[in-house]
Design a protein around this ligand. Structure first.
Ligand code: HEM
Length: 540
């Protein structure tokens, strides 16, 4: 195919897509179709790249979508379920158009490995989305940065703070927050006599861990105003910047218009700088007057800012990426755990038996106990398989043309890991809709180690992404989740309330997901709970 035909192909795709619309509607609406085609002619240049490689291989098949907006309208609610339906129809590698942007959706571990891991040099970039990269992160932010030197620098700083040795050094922080979580739940539930909503407790445990690591301080109560503010910022970030959160990213002509989405993006940028940039300024001032500043990421960045050429916005956005990436995520797993366990008393009973046998009732489970508590370890993996907070992860981008098994993936294509489909593949996970931790018995690996397995079908799950952009916070996240969940299991029997079933299908959030608010009864399991937690008295 010659170049002219190449350039016109997207237009043809559009015209084909537009035909059923015109056919079904009355002649009055025909003019809408004609206008739409005219508009598309103007924007057809945005499709830009050729959709065939030099051997004539075309892009993977996929749903046709609607004129102009492509498949966007089908992905605004429960996108993971729509992607799963399409995977069944179009296969493990298929194309989706959102506005002028081509996405390929990858639904099999083998293809994830071939593309994202083995060909990591090609598939490790990010699309500079208008809202996320340009507006909210102002061209910075490790999560959104293309595969370039700036990303390498930020990734090096992040890994320095999140590697095994670093995580070992601040395990006392994670340990303290996990105990505080259980104590606060015990107190707020008045020793199990009134039901509570676990959400603020999970949120504060995660927030305090990240605040301590990034800024060297913590909040002292679930009513601290920073908790609401931090959770609001994370949620707003997930809602405006998710892979299919807004059409403005995919329709460039909308980007100069004063849309609500653009305003939200700008406000979020301002709020992140005010909040997290504000903490950095405070720390810098304290350092300038020689006050003591605890060891934390912000101090490290300030000390290295000359050498690393880090400006205030760089530091604020990197800190924001930690606060956004590290709070809502781990908190969501704790919440899904608290929502799932009351519905599975048999799972809870087995975990309690294991904890009594291995840890006993005189102390809380610790980091070292994990290897001897395979069932509790398996519960966590199963929660993560069933309720990955990010079904669509953070998409990668092809930085050059690539042909895979005779299917063409043009440069700048966005590549999405369809983790819902991979987590529910019955050939990998028998009866995938069941919550069944037994499926992970015998898998003693951490998720960080599991991600390095040669056989991608043996990997536990895909919650942390894959390849060179894989979540650098895995080690801290896993340790934090282990300490909080194993201690909740140790301390409480968790029960739902009569007449108040916990909804396990609905969720809050467009990109990051957590359960809709619910309450549970947390009954202390034995008389030693208060003693071990050193709770003198519970307020009446
Ligand atoms: C349950 C907890 C978590 C989940 C599910 C999660 C998930 C993810 C995913 C899916 C990605 C994208 C990976 C890819 O591109 O393939 C990611 C990236 C990232 N995560 Fe996490 N994450 C979690 C916890 C954390 C924590 C605790 C931190 C920080 C302390 C963190 C910091 C980051 C950063 C900085 C990136 C960007 C990496 C890059 O683009 O190079 N995450 N995370």
């Amino acid at each position: 195919m010659d170049n002219i035909t190449d350039t016109l192909l997207p237009l043809r795709i559009f015209v084909v897509a537009a035909l059923p619309v015109q056919f079904n509607l009355n002649t009055c609406l025909l003019s809408v179709g004609v206008t739409t085609i005219a508009v598309l002619c103007i924007f057809s240049s945005f499709f830009g790249a050729s959709l065939l490689d030099k051997h004539g291989n075309s892009i993977p098949p996929g749903p046709r979508g609607l004129p102009i907006v492509g498949s966007f309208p089908f992905l605004t609610q429960y996108p993971e379920l729509t992607l799963d339906r399409w995977a069944k129809r179009f296969g493990d590698l298929y194309s989706v158009w959102l506005g002028n942007q081509l996405f390929v959706i990858v639904s099999s571990p083998a293809i994830v490995k071939d593309l994202i891991v083995t060909n990591g040099a090609v598939f490790s970039s990010r699309k500079e989305m208008f809202i996320k990269s340009q507006t909210v992160f102002a061209g910075r932010g490790i999560t959104a940065t293309p595969y370039n030197d700036r990303w390498r620098k930020h990734r090096r700083i992040a890994t320095g703070w999140l590697n095994q040795r670093a995580v070992d050094s601040y395990t006392p922080i994670l340990d303290r927050e996990a105990t505080v979580l259980v104590k606060d739940m015990y107190r707020q539930s008045k020793a199990g006599t009134i039901p509570i909503n676990p959400q603020p407790h999970a949120g504060r445990a995660s927030l305090n861990n990240m605040l301590s690591i990034v800024f060297g301080f913590r909040t002292d109560s679930i009513y601290h105003p920073l908790l609401g503010q931090a959770l609001r910022l994370s949620r707003e970030f997930m809602n405006v910047t998710g892979p299919v959160s807004n059409l403005v990213d995919f329709l460039p002509w909308m980007q100069s218009l004063p849309t609500t989405m653009r305003t939200r993006g700008r406000n979020l940028h301002r709020d992140l700088l005010d909040t997290y940039g504000g903490f950095i300024k405070d720390i810098e001032q304290r350092m300038q007057i020689g006050a003591t500043v605890p060891d934390c990421l912000a101090r490290t960045m300030l000390e290295a800012k000359g050498q690393e050429n880090l400006g205030h916005i760089d530091m604020s956005i990197l800190a924001s990426a930690f606060m956004i990436g590290g709070v809502e995520t781990t908190a969501a797993i704790m919440q899904w755990f608290s929502a799932l366990i009351p519905a599975h008393p048999e799972v809870q009973k087995k975990a309690h038996e294991e904890l009594d046998r291995v840890v006993g009732r005189d102390r809380l489970p610790a980091v070292e106990d994990e290897k001897n508590l395979p069932y509790c370890h398996a519960i966590i993996k199963e929660v993560e398989r069933c309720h990955n907070p990010f079904w669509l992860g953070t998409p990668h981008v092809a930085s050059q043309d690539f042909t895979y098994n005779n299917q063409f993936i043009p440069k700048d294509t966005v590549v999405v890991l369809n983790t819902w489909t991979m987590h529910h593949d019955p050939s990998r996970h028998l009866s995938p809709d069941d919550f069944n931790p037994d499926r992970y018995m015998g898998d003693s690996l951490t998720s960080a180690d599991s991600a390095n397995l040669t056989d991608p079908y043996q990997r536990d799950h895909w919650m942390f992404g894959a390849g060179r952009r894989i979540c650098p916070g895995m080690i801290v996240a896993e340790r934090e989740i282990w300490l909080t969940i194993s201690r909740m299991l140790w301390a409480f029997t968790m029960e739902s309330l009569p007449g108040e079933p916990i909804d396990l299908t609905e969720y809050d959030g467009l990109s990051g997901r957590s359960p809709v608010p619910f309450r549970v009864n947390l009954l202390p399991r034995h008389a030693k709970v208060a003693e071990v937690l050193r709770i003198e008295e519970v307020p009446a």
